[in-house]
Design a protein around this ligand. Structure first.
Ligand SMILES: Nc1nc2c(ncn2[C@@H]2O[C@H](COP(=O)(O)OP(=O)(O)OP(=O)(O)O)[C@@H](O)[C@H]2O)c(=O)[nH]1
Ligand SMILES: [Mg+2]
Length: 457
């Protein structure tokens, strides 16, 4: 069971559940452990009208519970702030103010500003939708956390533009009548326009047409069937790996490389994954192997500091990235670190020498840490649409990719590119990012993605 510590973090962040923490964690088969943020098979889709009234009640109760938790927590925080202030005043008497502005302090001050806790918003459609998505994955109302609600809200908002293009057209076409071959033809245009790619589009349409030949399919069944097919398509490369969820393996060194073209969000993603790992109880180390830009080291150091993770860097300009990775592996092994995250410079997939540089890094890893679990994750900016797919194909060949991270899902109408990556590059999507904040990244779950992409409200 992986990333369970994050789940523990979520539980313990609610004071009334804190007392139960130990027993909950130890019971590996308990409902909570089995229904974590990062896993879970799908049981149904969210548009089941019969359940609507029940789910509204359910959502109200869950909201009331989270609100009570948040109020209690904010009271505790107020108390803590008051205590800290008194301590600071005392400390100021002893220490000179100038000493506080040393660089280490600067970074830790930065971090406390950046990592903000999620806040409960209004009880609205977005909240109800999020609870429905969680319920459909088997959660009970006592198990959902603010963090999950917060993320689903972000994901849904992030996919707003993709949804507007795709869903509005789709629902208009579907209407309330049974599906016709003409509607299925129109769906083809919509899928292609959403950057789902030819392979994914063909597969989905073929499945729908087969279904139509067998029986009359009404609009809501058509939508359910479509969601199911989209999930199958996204899950296929994930299932092939035999690993539904990418998590660091305990007891050995895990090395995750973040690669991709310039500006797609590699460093930001690394920073968010680092934070997720630390919140989940893994020890981590960062290798600043983007030696191309001087500012890159500083940028990754800020991210490392936000989560209290050390960064291994080489002070000389234009150092060999493989040498940085060499040092970092040594440090990770000496400290028995769980997860080494490697930031690399942006490179065009067409530049042979730069792709060679990645191979050199891989060779160093194989030599120094032959037993390490290595992941080479391609970071893709979803707003680049089909161009992102071309990057995936090229990097897959020369950078031995094991997975993909899709970023910038907020603010693009091309979220469908996830479908193209899964079906055409046959790569598992491991994380998705929908914003610049430290919490705006989550392990990829096809169910949540598809529900957010096709949400009606
Ligand atoms: N809106 C949004 N912006 C993002 C996301 N991820 C990253 N960014 C922004 O994209 C810009 C580039 O991010 P970086 O992490 O520096 O990208 P990079 O791939 O490391 O860039 P190079 O190292 O220069 O190749 C920054 O302004 C990030 O804040 C995301 O999910 N959503
Ligand atoms: Mg970078």
């Amino acid at each position: 069971m992986g990333y369970d510590e994050l789940s523990r973090q979520n539980i313990s962040s609610s004071p009334d559940v804190e007392l139960k923490e130990e027993s909950t964690i130890n019971k590996k088969e308990s409902a909570h452990d089995n229904n974590e943020i990062f896993s879970k098979p799908l049981t149904k889709t969210v548009d089941n009208q019969d359940d609507k009234e029940d789910s509204l009640e359910w959502a109200k109760e869950a909201y009331a519970r989270l609100k009570a938790q948040q109020d209690l927590k904010s009271k505790e925080q107020d108390k803590q702030i008051a205590t800290t202030k008194v301590e600071e005043i005392k400390r100021d008497d002893i220490q000179e103010k100038s000493q506080l502005i040393e660089s280490d302090q600067f970074f830790s001050n930065q971090s406390s500003k950046v990592v903000e806790e999620p806040k409960l918003g209004n009880f609205d459609d977005a909240f109800t939708w999020s609870t429905e998505v969680l319920a459909a994955q088997g959660r009970t109302k006592d198990e959902i956390s603010l963090e999950e609600i917060d993320w689903l809200g972000r994901l849904r908002r992030g996919l707003e533009k993709s949804r507007q293009n795709f869903v509005t057209g789709l629902l208009e076409k579907l209407g309330d009548d049974p599906l016709t071959p003409e509607v299925v033809d129109d769906l083809e245009t919509l899928l292609l326009r959403a950057d789902a790619g030819v392979t994914a589009t063909d597969q989905i349409l073929e499945a729908l047409r087969r279904r139509l030949n067998e029986q009359v399919v009404d609009a809501s069944e058509g939508l359910r069937f479509l969601k199911e097919k989209l999930c199958d398509l996204l899950d296929k490369p994930i299932k092939t790996t035999g690993n539904d969820l990418l998590i660091p393996e305990k007891g050995c060194l895990n090395i995750w490389l973040f690669v991709g073209v310039n500006g797609v969000g590699k460093t930001t993603t690394l920073g968010k994954v680092a934070n997720l790992a630390v919140r989940s109880g893994y020890s981590a180390l960062i290798a600043a192997a983007d030696t191309f830009r001087a500012a890159a080291v500083q940028q990754v150091k800020i991210w490392g500091d936000r989560s209290g993770i050390p960064v291994i860097a080489n002070a000389s300009s234009n150092a060999d990235p493989a040498a940085v990775v060499f040092d970092a592996i040594g440090a990770a092994q000496a400290k028995g670190v769980d997860l080494l995250l490697v930031d690399t410079a942006g490179r065009l997939q067409t530049k042979h020498n730069l792709m060679e540089e990645l191979q050199k890094v891989r060779r160093i890893i194989e030599k120094l840490a032959p037993d390490a679990r290595v992941e080479s994750l391609l970071v893709l900016d979803s707003s680049q649409g089909q161009n992102g797919l071309r990057q995936a194909m090229a990097f897959a060949k020369s950078a031995s990719l094991t997975g993909v991270v899709i970023t910038k899902l907020d603010g693009t109408s091309r979220g469908g590119v996830a479908l193209a990556v899964a079906s055409e590059a046959n790569l598992p999507i491991r994380f998705i990012g929908a914003g610049e904040g430290i919490r705006d990244l989550r392990p990829f779950k096809s169910f949540e993605f598809v529900e957010a992409l096709l949400a009606k409200r």
